[in-house]
Ligand binder design. Structure first.
Ligand code: UN1
Length: 516
């Protein structure tokens, strides 16, 4: 039997709302599926066919968040005392379940946020990898053992969980990004209150369902749907010890401000304006394929999207021509239909934003060589489709070279040398991902050293993070933390420093050791 057809999982019910039948979904608090305290809901719709209503989700208030945080707090002592490898076993089972449900979850994700099925499968795979990696890390979670400066004394550090962690995510990687945050948080012994994006609540719910089915105890994972109201309540809640956020720089900096005031640990993953540099010695076949995937994969709606193409003048015209030719062939459509290369933008507001940036680019004097408008036609008119769009003659100070558009819009800049390319690449407020295509090792290493970014790819586009590698950005993309890899375990634990004196006498550090 199809997993997704086992409706209503105990968390959803069919109800008549006005004139239409809609599936009503719930929050998950303390091991139970519950409606929001206010009874308010919001709609979740398919961006490729807006008439397709996926369901109604609770519009949660501070009261719902309060209940979820109380449940997470109550569950914390037992969860943190469970031996970490046992927690790891539960995470491994969650990975197994994601694997078994991969296609069904991916179908639902595509319906909800639009990217093609092959991409949502990749998204689930990223979560599977993260589950297994986090599970294996529960057998490490290393502390340090170091010599003491005094005799008969033992020094070490151990890691301890933080407590209750609030997780707030974006919709574009609706399973992978929550998994980056929630699996390591749980591995370390924290309990979680998770607020998924209001544009991808169903995917968030399906992810949480795998954790429940894997045996995560009641209260350890809580799901609260809603918008900025629920998000703010979570960030401001005095009993939440840490916040992990992925979203816009604007919201992130507000969250960072509040967390700073409340002495709350906070990890922010925000915008990008990721450059891809092409030197004159690059393999241009590789370049064209890489840019297509980097700029137009996920309809450009990735924080790691290739949004600036910095071309050496010697290859500029050829690359632009070949790119336009290939991008023109991309098939737009419902991502659940065979053969679709590029799905829609997420909603009306996103469509309007992208349209606005095209106008800005034209007004600034950039030259549009491809796309630039809403895509229409059979199968497209009920969705938020936008043509792959390429601007050339873009100057570094233009807004389309500076600001995150989050759509299928590529800004091409022409340079005359590697030095200039790096200068242009670094001339933005963001610093997430970056890339250089060259066959010369010295140029590659120069770029690795000089690019102001948390991630550098050589001969690959700006996307392609692997679960066991640190992920994050510098400048206004981040706030010094990394997700993924071994470094995320630093974020989710507090270091406790331990001294064990077995000398049987008072030993005074710095005083009894004085050599002078
Ligand atoms: C994001 O855009 O929020 O490597 C994350 C990548 C993806 C993750 C992107 N696996 O770009």
């Amino acid at each position: 039997m199809s997993y997704l057809k086992q409706e209503p999982f105990g968390n959803a019910s069919k109800q008549t709302t006005g004139f239409l039948m809609a599936t009503i979904f719930h929050n998950y608090i303390n091991g139970e599926w519950v409606a929001s305290a206010t009874g308010r809901t919001f709609e979740d719709r398919n961006p490729a066919r807006w008439s397709d209503l996926i369901g109604l989700f609770p519009q949660s208030s501070a009261e719902d968040v309060d209940r979820a945080v109380a449940a997470a707090r109550a569950a914390f002592p037992a969860w943190r005392r469970m031996p970490a490898p046992q927690r790891g076993e539960i995470l491994r089972r969650a990975g197994d379940l994601l694997r078994a449900r991969k296609d069904e979850i991916a179908r639902a994700m595509t319906r909800e946020m639009g990217k093609p099925f092959f991409e949502t499968r990749g998204d689930v795979q990223e979560a599977i990898d993260t589950a297994y990696y986090a599970a294996s890390e529960t057998r490490r979670l290393f502390g340090h053992t170091v010599p003491s400066e005094l005799p008969d004394k033992f020094n070490m550090t151990i890691r301890q969980p933080l407590g209750v962690v609030g997780v707030i995510t974006a919709w574009n990687f609706p399973v992978a990004v929550p998994s980056w945050k929630i699996f390591p948080a749980l591995a370390c012994g924290n309990t979680v209150v998770f607020k998924p994006s209001e544009d991808a609540p169903h995917s968030g719910m399906l992810f949480v369902q795998t954790l429940i089915d894997a045996g995560v105890p009641p209260g350890v994972i809580n799901l609260v749907h809603g918008d900025a109201e629920a998000g703010a309540a979570l960030v401001e809640h005095p009993d939440v010890n840490a916040i992990s956020f992925t979203g816009s720089s604007e919201v992130g900096s507000r969250i960072g401000g509040i967390c700073g005031r409340l002495h709350k640990r906070c990890s922010l993953e925000m915008g990008g304006k990721n450059p891809l540099i092409v030197m004159e010695d690059a393999d241009l076949d590789l370049v064209v394929n890489g840019v297509l995937w980097g700029a137009f994969g996920t309809t450009g709606q990735r924080c790691t999207a290739t949004s600036r193409l910095i071309l050496h003048e010697a290859v500029h015209d050829e690359v632009v021509e070949r790119l336009c030719e290939e991008a023109r062939r991309l098939r737009l459509g419902d991502g659940n239909e065979e053969g679709t290369d590029m799905g829609p933008l997420i909603n009306q507001a996103a469509l309007e934003k992208v349209q606005r940036y095209v106008e800005i680019g034209l007004k600034e004097g950039a030259r549009l060589v491809l796309g630039g408008k809403r895509a229409t036609g059979p199968g497209l008119d009920d969705g938020f489709f936008f043509e792959p769009t390429i601007f050339v003659d873009v100057r570094p100070e233009m807004r389309i070279a500076q600001e995150e558009i989050f759509g299928p819009v590529l800004s091409v800049l022409k340079v005359g040398s590697l030095e200039e390319a790096i200068e242009v690449a670094n001339n933005v407020r963001y610093g997430l991902s970056s890339s250089i295509y060259t066959r010369e090792i010295g140029r590659a290493f120069r770029a690795i050293q000089e690019l102001e970014a948390g991630i550098v790819y050589v001969n690959a586009p700006t996307i392609g993070a692997e679960a066991h590698m640190p992920f994050g950005g510098v400048k206004q993309t981040g706030n010094g933390h990394r997700e993924g890899g071994w470094e995320v375990f630093d974020f989710y634990t507090e270091t406790k420093t331990v001294y064990i004196d077995y000398s049987g006498r008072l030993q005074r550090a710095q005083i009894d050791t004085a050599q002078d």
